[in-house]
Design a protein around this ligand. Structure first.
Ligand code: GDP
Length: 304
């Protein structure tokens, strides 16, 4: 399936290394856990998350009186799923907050090159195939070519793109997008934004202004503010997430390019360290390579 294919690089490094460990140690001891710690850190699971996980594993191994490393493998996948789901979370909160009979507005934020435009195109395709009327808004008026690129996705998917000229006010184009969505009775409006991080104050002001316009024009909107992160940037993605969370209220994460990294463990670090749900994952460049994040399928994909 998609997860299995998309995670093949991570799976290769991750499960091969774990299988090596299991074969090498046979008996569960301190050294085994130390080596396991290294494997997890190398997969970008994140130091804090790895520490939590190892502690949980050690307790579970004691509780179940497990002596054999082969048995530990199953416990690892169980614990990975648990860590992902958190104390009171269920997979349900990975679903997008879609409105039933009203316009749903989704704002996309994130730095240049992470895959924002591509994700918007893929999601537009997905929603359209569910029978929804979708409209895109080219709110990244800053990056050269961003408007054109979104437009190309619109053509490919067969949805309209509301756009202004490069350099114009993002809030103004998003305002126009909302008016167009209302007059056409659209179901979903997907809004791109500029991703410059060099000047945090500008970023904050721009996002705040865009959000104000959306809030004023559509009750309870934006319904999602999705932060797009590139999985291949590893721990850097974590620091971007911190910056954007400070700039705006992020409701969920889209993690792109999981197919391009052996360090898919970043999903767990994001969930555990930022307390933000990963809602969608990008597993390739094609229109159909966007998946709703499913912790079970993800962890299964790592070991399958
Ligand atoms: P933006 O600047 O954030 O809008 O980023 P783009 O949408 O332009 O994406 C940057 C590059 O990443 C493009 O070449 C995309 O094809 C590629 N990309 C986006 N998502 C994925 C993904 O899930 N997997 C892979 N392999 N490539 C992706």
């Amino acid at each position: 399936d998609k997860y299995k294919d998309g995670l093949s690089k991570t799976r290769k490094s991750f499960s091969e290394k774990i299988n090596d460990l299991v074969a090498r140690y046979r008996k569960v001891d301190e050294d085994f856990f130390e080596d396991l710690e290294e494997v997890l850190i190398a997969a970008d699971v994140g130091v804090t998350t790895v520490m939590d996980l190892i502690e949980e594993l050690q307790m579970e191994v004691k509780r179940r009186n497990i002596k054999d490393t082969a048995e530990v493998k199953d416990v690892i996948s169980e614990k990975l799923v648990e860590i992902y789901k958190g104390e009171d979370e269920t997979t349900e909160n990975t679903a997008l907050n879609m409105q039933k009979d009203e316009l749903t507005v989704i704002l996309f934020v994130g730095v240049n090159g992470v895959g924002k435009t591509t994700t918007i195109g893929k999601l537009a395709h997905q929603l359209k195939s569910e029978g929804k009327e979708v409209l895109l808004t080219a709110g990244d008026t800053f990056r050269a070519g961003a408007i054109q690129q979104l437009n190309e996705w619109g053509d490919r998917v067969g949805v309209d793109v509301i756009k202004h000229n490069e350099g114009s006010d993002p809030a103004a184009v998003i305002y126009d997008g909302i008016q167009a969505a209302k007059s056409r009775n659209a179901d979903v409006l997907l809004c791109d934004t500029a991703g410059r991080l060099q000047n945090k104050v500008n970023l904050m002001n721009e996002l705040a202004k865009v959000k104000r316009v959306i809030e004023r024009e559509v009750p309870n909107a934006p319904h999602e503010v999705l932060l797009v992160l590139d999985a291949t940037t590893g721990q850097n993605a974590l620091s971007q997430a911190k910056t954007f969370s400070e700039a705006t209220d992020v409701s969920g994460i889209v993690l792109t390019k999981l197919d391009g990294t052996a360090k898919g463990g970043i999903v767990l670090a994001i969930r555990n360290e930022l307390d933000l749900p990963v809602k969608l994952v990008g597993l390739g460049e094609k229109m159909t390579d966007l998946q709703t994040f499913d912790p079970n399928a993800f962890v299964y994909g790592l070991f399958a």
